[in-house]
Design a protein around this ligand. Structure first.
Ligand code: MSP
Length: 535
């Protein structure tokens, strides 16, 4: 049986409602999952929430709630947003669920029995918003208060000295270096690969403290063999990627587990590269996972920024996706898809970009309303006017020389989209689709069906032109499906394709439209809007 493609997103902290940064990773992962489903491949998309740790404990206290009541409330915001954004995940794991808690405890016991954990004291600097320890050598400058700053987020760090259970890191360094060297696709894009490679040039800290004393942090998974400690939130959360497919510490991993594992792509933001590309493979290695059982790829995308600052809950400069969809894009019947399009089209996946309402409006008006919406709407209106509301058969002569560039561009599109998706270049795939859309609009201008309609002897030519446009729109709807699923569906219904499934393979074929098929009602897909606010 073919292995199921296993895609994961980070488990988002539930200390506050989601912002566009979270939705970015989620939309990208969903887009890749939908693309592979469209190709008929088995896919499993895992997402969820990270619900333990000091940061969440503090947020719950500030809200006057118990941590459990607090996370039960916030998790709903994530689930609701994923529904709004057309995210089709296969499982949603909350790290407070018994299925995860029990598995983490079993894995800890296994590590201890294997002699992979040591109990010792630790001294370092702690960043609570990032839930990460830093050593003296890694500090990122000093705050005006005299406290050292976090090298990742530049916020002040707290000194911590405590007892705990440690997982050796340096002992695995040579193996990891070699593994990364021989697996260039393990970390993508290349800039992140290089970042990790140079990090590994320096000696790693001796070990990672994977527990916290209950005297400081209560909200965590109890360490089964040491009641005074709870599991460090990152150690608990990373394990979700194997607890969900069913790993419970067995050697070798079970056949059922290996139907999903290893993960094909861990989607993350670049802020958590170190946890995923350093700690995570070392954790797996310590559990006895062979090189073949390491994740295939960790893709670390860039940041959405406001001005020059990263958008983050802790910095308080967030853009709320629900506000963008309900208020900024008010009146758009497919607002969530417009938002998805913007995220994936605006910045090359892997790079940073700036968010602004102006940028969304420009994409909406230039790409979607003027180009895509216009193509669909004018084509369907012409079919109504000149074809009695049906997709006409091509004339007896079929495609003429002047139709060839459009036909060729359309049948080549699936290949261009595939090549881009294999490299996780979502913006390049969308650019390719929009190239074909613009080409079709230019074709309409040149073919001028309204002139053909005035000459009865040119009726067969008019039919051929409209039929060609129907084929192009069919191909566009299929290739657009992973990016804008509701829009693809709307176009499909407007073209009258009804329940015929969209399959990626059909996008590479020119003849897919049923001649004589009645088209459906075709309201405007992207109504023109007057922009009222500005960022
Ligand atoms: N809980 C950890 C992840 C554990 S995974 C086992 C965590 N959570 S988080 O809520 O802070 O979300 C981090 C992820 O959200 C980032 O890795 C990235 O995927 C996304 N983003 C958060 N802010 C972002 C931006 N400003 N821009 C783009 N994405 C960012 O870290």
């Amino acid at each position: 049986m073919a292995k199921t493609l296993y895609l994961t997103t980070p488990l988002y902290y539930v200390n506050a409602a989601p912002h566009i940064g979270h939705s970015y990773t989620e939309v990208a992962a969903d887009c890749l999952a939908r693309y592979h489903r469209l190709k008929g491949e088995p896919v499993f998309l895992l997402t969820g929430t990270d619900e333990h740790g000091q940061k969440i404990e503090q947020a719950a206290t500030a809200a006057g709630k118990t941590p459990q009541a607090f996370v039960d409330g916030v998790v709903q915001h994530f689930k609701t947003l994923w529904t709004t954004l057309n995210i089709r995940y296969d499982d949603f794991i909350r790290t407070t669920e018994p299925r995860h808690v029990e598995a983490v405890q079993q894995i800890l016991v296994k590590l201890r029995e294997a002699g992979s954990l040591e109990r010792s004291s630790y001294q370092g600097w702690y960043c609570t918003p990032d839930e990460t320890f830093w050593t003296e050598a890694e500090l990122g400058g000093t705050a005006t208060t005299g406290k050292p700053l976090c090298p990742s987020c530049q916020r002040p760090l707290d000194p911590v000295r405590e007892e705990g259970w440690h997982l050796p890191l340096r002992a695995h360094q040579d193996w990891l270096k070699q593994f990364i060297k021989t697996h260039p696709r393990f970390i993508r894009p290349e800039s992140r690969y290089n970042e990790l490679t140079s990090l590994l040039e320096q000696p790693l800290p001796e070990s990672l403290c994977i527990t916290r004393p209950r005297s400081r942090v209560k909200w965590g998974i109890p360490v089964p063999f040491d009641p005074e400690h709870v599991v460090y939130v990152w150690f608990d959360a990373l394990l979700n990627y194997i607890t969900v497919p069913g790993y419970r510490g067995e050697t070798p991993p079970s056949e059922a587990f290996c139907r999903l594992w290893p993960a094909d792509v861990h989607f993350i933001g670049k802020d958590i590269l170190r946890h995923h590309a350093l700690y995570w493979p070392i954790m797996l290695h310590a559990l006895g996972f062979s090189d073949e059982l390491m994740p295939t790829m960790i893709f670390a995308h860039g940041w959405w920024k406001i001005g020059e600052q990263k958008m983050s809950k802790s910095l308080g400069n967030i853009v709320n996706p629900t506000v963008v969809i309900n208020e900024v894009l008010k009146g758009q019947p497919y607002a969530a898809d417009v938002y998805r399009y913007f995220l994936l089209r605006e910045i090359p996946f892997g790079q940073d970009g700036n968010f602004s309402e102006d940028a969304i409006f420009t994409r909406l008006s230039a790409d979607l309303a003027n180009d895509l919406g216009n193509l669909v709407n004018r084509t369907l209106s012409m079919m109504e006017r000149y074809g009695a509301g049906k997709i006409p058969a091509a004339g007896p002569v079929g495609c003429a020389v002047e139709d060839e560039p459009l036909r060729q561009a359309a049948v080549d599109l699936a290949g261009r989209v595939s090549a881009a998706m294999d490299r996780m270049e979502f913006s390049v795939a969308l650019e390719a689709i929009m190239d074909v859309v613009s080409g079709a609009n230019r074709y309409i201008e040149t073919a001028a069906p309204w002139k053909l309609a005035k000459q009865p002897d040119l009726a067969p030519r008019l039919q051929t032109v409209l039929h060609a446009l129907a084929e192009v729109i069919r191909i566009v709807a299929i290739t657009l499906d992973p990016f804008m699923p509701s829009v693809a569906d709307a176009i499909w219904q407007q073209m009258g394709h009804g329940t015929t499934p969209r399959r990626f393979a059909d996008a590479a074929q020119w003849t897919g439209v049923k001649s004589g098929q009645a088209i459906g009602p075709h309201p405007v897909l992207f109504p023109r809007v007057e922009k009222t606010t500005s960022t």
